[in-house]
Design a protein around this ligand. Structure first.
Ligand code: GDP
Ligand code: MG
Length: 431
């Protein structure tokens, strides 16, 4: 083993430890973190790593790919077809968000022109039918349930029958999540499935349950053929590492996530951003959204590129000052974390100052502009730049001071935003 390999192995193990800590904090099961580590160690190509300029980035990319793979059970879930009747049964513990998610799922499809319907087969929880009725009415979705009937299997069967006759193409069956005895709950799920013959059974899990996800999913899977997972409450603190457990236990993919209590707070599950968030890049996607909102499409790539390069050169400052002065879209994004640079009420003064700094920078050499080191400009260079720009040495010094402040704010903001910086990885979340 040569020295280079030893160094790279150290980088790799440091990096993996850092990432593993983040994953465990996000509730990924220990055994799966171990599995990921083993796989990465097997696939990392040390030759490639040795030649790579950014080893940590290479490792992070490998981990990210590996995690995406672990969330892919290899078989796509059943996808209902518009116009053709499908029965979808929802299961999960009480409080996991089944009833809410049933409505969201129905509403999501209704907006796309489907004819969904809701069946309430939860007779255990008082008010279960009222809750579903309320949700369904609000979304103008037909529903079926009963205050009198005490047999959930019967209600489920009748509801599905009725909506089939009415030519609904998405019949959604909401079930109970609690029973006096656990065994009875699972037997009830089995019977409801037997009578409704669902095309797809969706396991609904609260993203906050963490490590318990595996056992829960496993328990339900033993009585009904789960084909997909929906994770709720992703708007909260939980990062949803339990998804790995649910996927492993059910061999089914996560298809949607719930991101709030409202009907439209529901998103198609997208594995890449999910994994990014697990690795601690959550806020980065927030600033990305902001960029997509306010920056014209043709300028987005360039700005993102700059943000992620993470080296705050004089030239970058020059460009950012231009943005701040114009208060164009990029300036709007940047001013969000640069308020100290441009105090409110002093806009006019700031603009004059920025203009002065830019004039001074026009007299800097390319090497100086592309550097992050103010010391590159010694006394004679400073005098030269002052002369060239028609300003005083004092002005040049002030500009350099301003650069130092701007660089500090910029780099802190990048840390806070957890932008994957060149040469570093920020895998750990600060929250
Ligand atoms: P069920 O017992 O499984 O039917 O669960 P419910 O649908 O009644 O939901 C339980 C609670 O979780 C309710 O207060 C819902 O508003 C809430 N809830 C469900 N999904 C979400 C979500 O994605 N985000 C948030 N913040 N709350 C949710
Ligand atoms: Mg419910």
């Amino acid at each position: 083993m040569n020295n280079v390999t030893v160094v790279d192995e150290k980088v790799l193990s440091d990096c993996l430890n850092e990432i593993s800590r983040a994953l465990l904090q996000a509730d990924v099961q220990f055994s799966m973190v171990r599995e990921m580590q083993t796989n990465i160690k097997n696939i990392v190509n040390f030759d490639e790593l040795a030649a790579g300029h950014n080893k940590r980035r290479i490792i992070q990319q490998a981990v990210s790919n590996e995690l995406c793979k672990m969330l892919d059970p290899g078989i796509p879930s059943f996808t209902p077809k518009k116009g053709k009747t499908s029965v979808i049964m929802f299961v999960g513990l009480q409080g996991s968000g089944k009833t809410t998610t049933c409505t969201k799922y129905a509403y999501y499809h209704q907006k796309k022109g489907w004819k969904p319907a809701l069946v309430c087969a939860d007779i255990f929880r008082a008010g279960a039918f009222d809750q579903l009725k309320q949700n369904a009415t609000k979304a103008k979705i037909p529903f079926y349930g009963s205050y009198m009937e005490s047999d959930p299997v019967k209600i489920a069967g009748e509801g599905v029958e009725r909506f089939k006759k009415e030519n609904c193409d998405l019949i959604i069956v909401d079930t109970s999540g609690r029973h006096k005895q656990e065994a009875a709950l699972f037997e009830e799920m089995r019977q409801v499935a037997e009578v409704t013959k669902p095309d797809l059974v969706i396991f609904v899990m609260d993203s906050g349950i963490g490590q318990a996800a595996y056992d829960q999913a496993q328990a339900f899977k033993q009585s009904v053929a789960i084909g997909a997972v929906i994770m709720t409450k992703m708007d909260g603190h939980a990062k949803g590492g339990g998804a790995f457990s649910a996927v492993a236990a059910t061999k089914s993919p996560v298809i949607f996530i719930g991101t709030g209590e409202h009907m439209d707070e529901f998103e198609v599950f997208d594995v890449k951003p999910f994994v990014g968030r697990l690795l601690g890049m959550r806020d980065w996607s927030g600033i990305m959204d902001r960029i997509h909102e306010v920056v014209p499409t043709d300028q987005q790539t360039e700005l993102v590129q700059k943000l992620s390069e993470g080296t705050f050169t004089f030239r970058l400052m020059y460009e950012q000052l231009q943005c701040l002065m114009k208060m164009g879209p990029a300036g709007q994004v940047l001013s969000a974390f640069g308020a100290e640079l441009m105090p409110k009420g002093n806009e006019k003064e700031s603009q004059a100052k920025f203009k002065r700094y830019m004039t001074i920078m026009d007299s800097m050499t390319n090497a100086e502009l592309d550097s992050t080191n103010p010391k590159l400009m010694n006394e004679s260079r400073i005098i030269h730049i002052a002369r060239g720009s028609g300003r005083t040495v004092q002005d040049v010094m002030e500009m350099i001071q301003f650069y130092k402040l701007f660089a500090k704010i910029w780099n802190n903001a990048m840390k806070r935003l957890k932008v994957p910086k060149k040469g570093s990885m920020n895998a750990r979340s600060q929250s």
